[in-house]
Design a protein around this ligand. Sequence first.
Ligand SMILES: NC(=O)c1ccc[n+]([C@@H]2O[C@H](COP(=O)([O-])OP(=O)(O)OC[C@H]3O[C@@H](n4cnc5c(N)ncnc54)[C@H](O)[C@@H]3O)[C@@H](O)[C@H]2O)c1
Ligand SMILES: [Zn+2]
Ligand SMILES: [Zn+2]
Length: 376
Amino acid sequence: MRMTAAVMYEQGLPTPYAGSKPFIIEDVDLEGPGEGEVLVEVTAAGLCHSDLSQVAGLRKRKLPVVGGHEGAGIVREVGRGVTRMKPGDHVVMTVATGCGHCRPCTDIRPALCEGVSESRSQGALPNGMIRLSRGGKPVYHYSGVSSFAQYAVTIPNTLIKIDPAIPLDIAAMFGCAVVTGAGAVLNTARVRPGQNVAAFGLGGVGLNAVMASRISGASEIIGIDINEGKFALAKELGCTHTFLATDPDLVAKAKDLTRGGVDFSFEISGSKPAMTSAYAITRKGGEVVCVGLGATGEMYQYPHTSLVAEEKAIRGSLMGGGVADRDIPLLLRLFQDGKMPVDRLKSSTMGFEELNVSLDKLDGGSVVRQILLPHG
Ligand SMILES: NC(=O)c1ccc[n+]([C@@H]2O[C@H](COP(=O)([O-])OP(=O)(O)OC[C@H]3O[C@@H](n4cnc5c(N)ncnc54)[C@H](O)[C@@H]3O)[C@@H](O)[C@H]2O)c1
Ligand SMILES: [Zn+2]
Ligand SMILES: [Zn+2]
């Protein structure tokens, strides 16, 4: 079929993106679904900071590529052999699932799946197929999802069946922002009642870490950002205190408040200075959980003697470090019960024509999650 999609031909174009237009909105061809594949009508797709990093060229991708890695939609057709999905099913699209067979998958760490890492770097679906093209030339899949399009062909592993009563523009955010931010707290850190936490970066992912910390029963939940405009919503969603990242007394204030430092510092801004502060405000025996992503190969520094003598830990958390098939339905249930008001993170909806300007808005920090509606 022929459909409209947002295609990126070049990374690293200059800002403002409204002028340089990293995403070209055009017709592309979509084949399939072949055996073991599913055709999804994409009804909503969230814009994540990782999309912005790809546009900026911080992490290289195979080009041209149809963007987007979180979304939601409705199954329209299933290929031969697909039994888990049927036309009409509502689904969340996510990159958080694995093949089920490799070493990380059998260790129940599907976000680290070897097969998915490989297919992602090849711009292919997890089954190795490329179903997108333009003028007979291949167009690549972004993380096996490519949700900045009216339709997507993918494999059932990247889709989580959901209650059709859930609005799809809210469901879209569960594919990355929610599963990543909440998972860092619930799976990677396993925050317990009474512990103290800090979240650096109160964006789409960070605010989910804040909501999950509240659900975990954390005592102090300290929100830190360079943008004061993020504080009101952060407090509404669970922060007990908010500080500017640039506050020269940040470390002293946070340590004072928590009698020696937080149990878990979540770095969710992708900023190097934030990582330094996150380490500094973590108490002896505490952990820094790293979610924010910078450029490939970028080196960070930490005080090694302190790490050893204070038994601190620095840990990565990819896509929430959990199992999407288990976690996304659970998190959706928390949303439906009013415990995770993810709808509060939706800043606006947009059509394809606003996608490039929405990159500037996310870059400027004035918005949380902007939702693309590919069918207008
Ligand atoms: N680990 C993963 O699996 C995973 C998944 C999704 C996103 N990410 C990464 O997580 C980060 C956050 O993504 P998002 O979509 O929430 O982004 P976002 O743009 O919505 O939010 C980032 C927030 O960080 C703030 N910030 C910037 N510099 C800061 C600093 N020095 N100190 C404190 N706050 C600062 C910004 O003002 C903004 O509020 C990005 O780096 C993204 O690439 C990682
Ligand atoms: Zn993301
Ligand atoms: Zn695997």
